[in-house]
Design a protein around this ligand. Structure first.
Ligand SMILES: [Cu+2]
Length: 350
């Protein structure tokens, strides 16, 4: 995606440089200033997906392991990711719906942007179907992935307000935008990243992060995060413009902004729990073997930390559904959920 989108940004910046240095008129002095926005957002929107798609992968791994079953709808998950990657290139105009764009193109960008909700919705439902009826093991990485599901879905829903060209007239450049992108960037990308840190830390270091500290990190982080960024929706609806640091008392923005600031500081400080945990557990954390979480993807079949080279023999990829499967033997009367509750993951050390 970067290979396809970065050239547009690079060309935009080089043209801008030429405008400022050698007197070309691509964007300035009678040039087309909107052209820069087109070039920027042709890069900018795919870039947003560049940072969220790895989080999709992390959450899929973590939820599958935590639910002790393979990801539901694997093929549709792959096609959804690829679909988001492709559609991401034809939606950039939603950043410019208020720029005086022709009504036809506003409608076109509205439809393509809303179409992104289809593969994204498929992913959300597949994640829910993965944990549905599985015996969910609540570890810190599970909590962050569940947190991801909640906040990313909320961010996705607020994201569906902007492509509606009529609504966007009101929401454009308001705090509603700021709320939306904090929900998808922090509640999506960063929560996915945190989930991955707790999940793979034992693989990297051979020791577990402290789960009690991790739980507090999640509880404080998740609640202060929502308390900080949820009121921004309200500020946007009240009409507060983004990139503003001063406003009149009678606008009523002050109380909400104070709450946003306080909870944002709490959220920031709560990350110190993770920093402390990373250093402390590196020395005194509980030592683990190959596979502390009962995962069955390849990295769990070698020691923690892995040797170089990681595998001496070519390893075999297992499938949780075939081992303990819900599409296996149906002769006994036990329900699928019951079987999964009883199933012990192969190689789990608990
Ligand atoms: Cu966009």
């Amino acid at each position: 995606m970067l290979y396809m989108s970065l050239p547009a940004l690079i060309i935009g910046i080089v043209f801008l440089l030429f405008d400022h240095t050698i007197g070309t008129v691509f964007f300035t002095s009678g040039g087309d200033s909107l052209l820069f926005q087109h070039l920027f957002w042709f890069f900018g929107h795919p870039e947003v997906y560049v940072v969220i798609i790895p989080a999709f992968g992390i959450v899929s791994e973590v939820l599958a392991t935590s639910a002790r079953r393979s990801i539901f709808g694997y093929k549709s998950m792959v096609f959804a990711m690829a679909g988001i990657g492709v559609v991401g290139f034809i939606v950039w105009g939603h950043h410019m719906l208020t720029s005086g764009m022709d009504a036809f193109w506003r409608a076109a960008f509205m439809i393509t942007t809303m179409a992104v909700a289809i593969p994204t919705g498929a992913k959300i439902f597949n994640w829910l179907a993965t944990i549905w009826g599985g015996s969910l093991v609540m570890k810190t990485h599970t909590l962050w992935s569940l947190g991801f599901l909640v906040t990313f879905t909320l961010g996705g829903i607020s994201g569906m307000f902007f492509p509606v060209a009529g609504l966007d007239v009101h929401f454009h450049d308001s705090y509603f935008v700021v709320a939306h992108f904090h929900y998808v960037f922090i509640g999506g990308t960063v929560f996915g990243l945190l989930s991955g840190v707790y999940y793979w830390y034992p693989k990297v270091t051979g020791r577990k992060l402290n789960e009690t500290l991790g739980m507090w990190h999640f509880l404080i982080g998740f609640s202060s995060y929502n308390a900080a960024f949820w009121p921004m929706h309200k500020l946007g609806i009240m009409g507060m413009p983004r990139r503003t640091h001063s406003y009149l008392e009678e606008t009523g923005f002050a109380e909400y902004n104070m709450a946003v600031s306080i909870f944002a500081f709490i959220f920031g400080l709560s990350q110190l729990l993770l920093v402390w945990n990373i250093f402390a557990s590196g020395r005194n954390g509980e030592p683990v073997g190959k596979d502390p979480w009962g995962g069955w993807s390849l990295e769990w079949s070698t020691t923690s930390p892995p040797p170089t080279p990681s595998f001496h023999d070519i390893p075999t990829q297992g499938d949780m559904n075939e081992l303990y499967g819900h599409h296996g033997d149906t002769s006994d009367k036990k329900s699928i959920a019951k079987k999964l509750w009883e199933a012990k993951p192969k190689g789990a050390e608990e």
